[in-house]
Design a binder for this molecule. Structure first.
Ligand SMILES: [Zn+2]
Length: 416
């Protein structure tokens, strides 16, 4: 080969004739080209404006869509590290586990290193910071007062947490102590709420919430909210059916909901709806449900979808969390189901993709590194069949996944 050594060294990958959705919310670019050098996007733009460097490996993806790698902000590793690699083969190049001990990620980190992969990019929060009688004892640390909460929060940050997660038995003053640690350490604070009012926590500085149901007691009259609180205080599991009843009754144009929207407009919190885990359908009822409760479950879920959409319209920043094990998704497909449910809730496919990419990276405080497709950022991207800007289910036709400039062995990880 007569190619100069300098060009051989900068072996570039070029993806050309792509419909590009860049993750910022911008309209798709038809006939675009992306030049990847090393682990980064070197250039991106219309085919006519972006030359192909000599010696580059050129991949023509005519008819397909390129999107940023998906970011799953609610992924539970539990005891199944292979699940993260299965999701990687589905286009999920980064995830946050919202409450788990560091020890649970050791096997995944070992597998990733053994395969020489740049990811998936792993973001951890440490265990849930919960109050007494924690909901998930094995995944939690218990804080009995604000000072214990502060110490547990500081310890998790010291051990590598890139966000902290408040769990729902934590009293208000202790939750505030965790939020204050996050602000001091410049990391985001998220929460699963049942007993505390999201409006008050957002005003106290909370950055975001997991589960649209965390807004439950904020959208019903106080007398109903208190009955729900007392039932969950008496028995953590009362939330499981109780929140559907709460949502089924809620008035999304009532005074409580309007007070919530005022806070959303002011604070612009991130909301990770995790709709897929709450999905209940009349045509495929869960086996353990009494027939007379099914209408409440279906009506409650419909209202959860409406509130997710309404929250976005009122200023919340919606992100995507698949929740790993959900009723209507096959193994590793929860993020795809979540994207479809966002679209069923009224988001455009483009808005759903933005939630799962650019906005999710912002909630990780990593917008300067990945999450959108622009020059200088990590080359984390997915090639999907068809036009994902018209049909979100195109993500199910994931053909290629790149993370940090490296193509993933999809066939291998689909067996995980
Ligand atoms: Zn969860």
């Amino acid at each position: 080969m007569a190619m100069p050594a300098a060009l051989r060294q900068t072996h570039a990958i070029v993806i050309t004739n792509a419909r590009i959705i860049d993750g910022t919310g911008a309209a798709p670019l038809e006939r675009g080209r992306i030049v990847i050098e090393g682990d980064r996007i070197a250039r991106i733009g219309p085919v006519a404006d972006v030359p192909t460097p000599p010696g580059a490996e050129v991949i023509d993806v005519d008819g397909r869509t390129v999107i940023p790698g998906l970011i799953d902000l609610h992924f539970h590793i539990e005891n199944d590290p292979k699940m993260a690699l299965r999701q990687l083969s589905h286009g999920v190049t980064a995830f946050r586990d919202p409450g788990q001990w560091n020890e649970k990620f050791e096997e995944l980190r070992r597998m990733v290193a053994a395969d020489g992969l740049p990811g998936p990019r792993i973001f951890t929060t440490g265990p849930h910071i919960d109050g007494e009688n924690p909901a998930y004892p094995a995944d939690s640390v218990v804080a009995r007062d604000p000072e214990e909460a502060r110490l547990q929060a500081e310890t998790s940050v010291r051990e590598g947490a890139s966000a902290l997660k408040i769990y729902f038995r934590l009293p208000f003053a202790s939750a505030k102590a965790v939020i204050d640690v996050c602000n001091a350490r410049r990391i985001p604070c998220t929460a699963h709420l049942e007993l505390l009012d999201a409006r008050e926590l957002f005003k106290a500085g909370l950055h975001g919430i997991e589960h649209v149901t965390s807004l439950g007691i904020s959208i019903v009259p106080r007398i109903q909210a208190e009955a729900y609180r007392q039932s969950v205080l008496a028995n953590n599991d009362a939330r499981r059916e109780g929140r559907y009843a709460l949502f089924a009754k809620a008035d999304l144009d009532g005074p409580e909901a309007k007070a919530l929207y005022a806070v959303l407009r002011e604070r612009k919190p991130w909301i990770d709806p995790t709709l897929a885990v709450f999905e209940r359908r009349a045509d495929r009822p869960p086996q353990d449900v009494k027939p007379e409760t099914l209408p409440t479950l279906v009506a409650g879920f419909a209202k959860m979808k409406q509130l997710a959409r309404r929250s976005a319209q009122e200023g919340a920043r919606i992100v995507m969390g698949g929740h790993t094990e959900v009723p209507f998704a096959a193994r590793g497909e929860a993020p795809w189901r979540e994207l479809e449910l966002l679209v069923e809730s009224g988001f455009s496919p483009l808005e759903a993709i933005t939630a799962a990419t650019g906005t999710a990276a912002a909630f990780l405080y990593r917008s300067d590194q990945f999450g959108t497709l622009r020059a200088g950022l990590q080359a984390d991207l997915v090639v999907v069949g068809g036009d994902a800007s018209r049909d979100i289910s195109a993500v199910r036709k994931t053909e290629r996944v790149m993370i940090g400039g490296k193509w993933i062995d999809i066939a291998k990880y689909r067996t995980y």
